[in-house]
Each structure stands twice: as C-alpha cells, then as structure tokens.
Design a protein around this ligand. Sequence first.
Ligand code: FES
Length: 126
Amino acid sequence: MYSKKVIEHFQNPRNAGALEDADAVGEVGNPVCGDVMNIYIKVEDGIIADIGWKTMGCAAAIATSSMITELAKGRTLKEALKITRKDVADALDGLPPIKMHCSNLAADGLHAAIDEYLKEHPDVEV
Ligand code: FES
C-alpha cells in the first residue's frame, strides 16, 4: 500500500521534533481522523535555516512531515510557499489515494508557519 520511500521516511524520520528557538509554528489538522501536524521554522535572511515538526498521526502523516523538511530546508520563503501537496506526494513516490486527502497536510503546515512568520515580520517581503 505504501511506497518504499514512505516506509523509509516513516521509519527514519528527518528533522523530527519541535524547534526550541522556532520563529514560527504552523498547525494543521484533519478533523476527520484527528491527526495533527505542527511545523516549526527558523528563518535567517529570508531562508528557512532550520525546520522541525511534531505530528500525531498515521505513517503517511509522519512521512509527509519528514519529507516537507527535506524539500523546504535551505529554500527562500518564496520558494517554500510554492511547495505543493503534489510535490510532497511525488517526492514520496506517491501516496495511496485514500491518504492523498487525509494525510497530505505537510505543505499546508509549512505554508501556515510561513504565514505566521510573515504576520509577525511585516517588513519581510516575499
Ligand atoms: Fe488521517 Fe493519518 S489517518 S492523516
């Protein structure tokens, strides 16, 4: 059911855990299954210098959380805002159709964190 990449990221999640010195946090959840994802970002000179996450959810939710950190780390805020749910799923070699809608929340979580950051730093332009 899951691709090898999903299983690999589930078993060896990248950048797991909250960032103590995060500049912003984005929280998204799926009311249907109850999974919740928090994405933490540290921003330096308009670049996502560090990123972490805490997710209570299924294997796919863990894998998408892990993958979004690999896609976003080192990117500018502008580039990170362009990362889509499809990019995350593609980078994981796909997700089972039922999980596409349910668990593919990581891009939304990242965008929520960036929105939060921009709200608190109105001087930053993207
Ligand atoms: Fe819904 Fe995992 S079961 S996000």
